[in-house]
Design a protein around this ligand. Structure first.
Ligand code: NDP
Length: 333
């Protein structure tokens, strides 16, 4: 058994989210079927996870449908879980000849209002707890996007809104529009954050945590599996690195210097009596600016192993952190 789940505030909001949460990108529908999703979500909830991350675009809407189906069967109290979705790329984006111009790569008011309704329908929910703008849209005035999200919240269809992979300037601009017009403000960001991807969280956003109370739900804590050590000898069959639909990840997963660094991290993990995946996850969770570390798992056994990171957290002494820094920081962006 591992240490019990911890909970943190989502930035300056009153909402408490589990320090580890469960996401569905790549896995739900593509690798995990309906009964697997239900089983994984039930195990996550048993371990104290209360936040489940999703997006309109994951598996073309199927990920939301599967999560909704599982929630309907699991019948949890609505206060016991927090669900997210994210919007930008759009579903049914049309064809190359006839693109659906107002429904893709946008944060315009029309798309956002229709897209949120679509997500609610697929998930079978009355409201989504957290909605994210999945990427910035330089072609729509930030004021239009902020008003649209404010209206979605006022309609009771979402509770909090935030951004994903926006620049610090864009986040601050959205916050200021909301402040000026007394609208619901962005509460959280969803950035990539792991041992090899650090600068945005640690440097670019540094002022935002205290200035505007920004919370973080961070993604790809294992760099898509690189930080488990499974790519040190090439691409194992059945792994994410072998999947055609995410082939853009392959070069990164096979990066020789990073894989060598993972080998060095493995030596530290051995000393701490844990796996390198648990060590890497504990490292992300150790940063107090992180509200929730979103885990990805294609198998229940991975989720169970990864939750063991809770027991590694107290072992991250300043000496251990300095050793990890020396190995990873020179390779990090
Ligand atoms: P990770 O970096 O942790 O990668 C997860 C994958 O690594 C698993 O699916 C599995 O892949 C492999 N893995 C995990 N644990 C183990 C283990 N113990 N042993 C061996 N292999 C393991 O996270 P994700 O990239 O999945 O991101 C997590 C979540 O973040 C997503 O589900 C999504 O909700 C969110 N996200 C958000 C983004 C955004 O733009 N806002 C972008 C990307 C993700 P396999 O078994 O197939 O090799």
């Amino acid at each position: 058994m591992h240490n019990p789940m911890l909970y943190r505030r989502l930035g300056r909001s009153g909402l408490q989210v589990s320090l580890f949460s469960l996401g569905s990108w790549v896995t739900f529908h593509n690798q995990v079927d309906a009964s697997g999703v239900r089983e994984m979500m039930a195990a996550a909830r048993d371990a104290g996870i209360n936040f489940f991350d999703n997006a309109e675009v994951y598996a073309n809407g199927e990920s939301e449908r599967l999560m909704g189906e599982a929630l309907a069967q699991l019948k949890w109290h609505r206060l016991d879980y927090v669900v997210s979705s994210k919007f930008f790329w759009g579903l049914d984006a049309g064809t190359a000849e006839k693109p659906r111009i107002n429904g893709r790569n946008t944060l315009n008011r029309k798309y956002l209002l229709q897209a949120v309704d679509g997500s609610l329908k697929r998930m079978g929910l009355d409201f989504i707890d957290l909605i994210f703008c999945h990427r910035p849209d330089p072609h729509t005035p930030i004021e239009e996007t902020v008003w649209a999200l404010h209206n979605v919240i006022e309609q009771g269809k979402a509770l909090y809104w935030g951004t994903s992979e926006w620049s610090a300037d864009e986040i601050r601009a959205a916050y200021e529009v909301a402040e000026r017009h007394h609208l619901h403000k962005p509460v959280m960001e969803q950035p990539q954050y792991h041992l090899f991807h650090r600068k945005r969280v640690e440097q670019e956003y540094a002022r935002l945590y205290d200035d505007i109370g920004l919370g973080l739900t961070t993604w790809s804590p294992l760099a898509s599996g690189l930080l488990t050590g499974k790519y040190r000898q090439g691409i194992p069959a059945g792994s994410r690195g072998a999947m055609q639909n995410v082939s853009f990840l392959r070069d990164g997963l096979l990066d020789a210097r990073k894989n060598a660094a993972v080998g060095e991290l493995e030596a530290i993990a051995q000393q701490l009596d844990c796996s390198v995946a648990q060590l890497a996850l504990a490292w992300v969770a150790h940063n107090p600016r992180v509200s929730s570390v979103i885990l990805g798992a294609s198998k229940l056994s991975q989720l169970q192993e990864n939750l063991g990171a809770l027991s590694v957290l107290p072992k991250l002494t300043p000496e251990v952190l300095a050793q990890m820094d020396a190995i990873s920081a020179p390779l990090a962006v």
